[in-house]
Design a protein around this ligand. Structure first.
Ligand SMILES: [Zn+2]
Ligand SMILES: [Zn+2]
Length: 157
């Protein structure tokens, strides 16, 4: 990962370690495919699309990779907050703080280089939940996507 943000400076190996730890701690079953899917997402510098995952898994011949099983693995990773799906890009990114269980997430997405940074705005997330409940709505999760230009891609002022 080539990212200047300190919270992203950990490699995919470290993220895999945290996934294994979190699954063990929460009693979740980490199958080979779930682990492999997470590994591919964590190793990528850009958000990953489901069909790219299927291509890579098929190309390596690491077990069965029928689309439904890959989608089920993605669902597992998403429900437990290990990866997030960027709805408008329809692509997945690893969560830098998976121990936070499923949580709301806010993303800064660079329109030019597609670099993604996840923010962890606890207060903003709490406020969104309060506002939703005040309207009789029970929120499960949220994904806020903020589009713009990252520091590197902005033209010099
Ligand atoms: Zn997250
Ligand atoms: Zn950029």
């Amino acid at each position: 990962m080539h990212c200047s943000h300190p919270e992203h400076r950990h490699g995919s190996t470290e993220m895999l370690g945290r996934l294994e730890f979190s699954c063990a701690e929460r009693g979740l079953r980490l199958t080979r495919l779930r682990r492999r899917v997470f590994e591919l997402i964590a190793a990528s510098e850009r958000p990953v699309k489901a069909y790219d995952l299927m291509d890579q898994i098929r190309g390596q011949g690491s077990g069965p990779a029928a689309p439904p099983t890959v989608y089920r693995a993605l669902d597992f990773l998403m429900v437990h907050g290990f990866v997030h799906r960027l709805e408008t890009l329809n692509a997945y990114v690893p969560c830098p703080h998976p121990e936070a269980e499923s949580h709301g997430s806010q993303f800064l997405i660079c329109e030019q280089c597609k670099q993604v940074l996840e923010l962890e705005l606890v207060e903003a997330a709490a406020q969104l939940r309060v506002e939703a409940r005040a309207r009789g709505f029970e929120p499960h999760r949220h994904v806020i996507e903020i589009y713009g230009l990252c520091a590197t891609c902005q033209p010099a002022r």
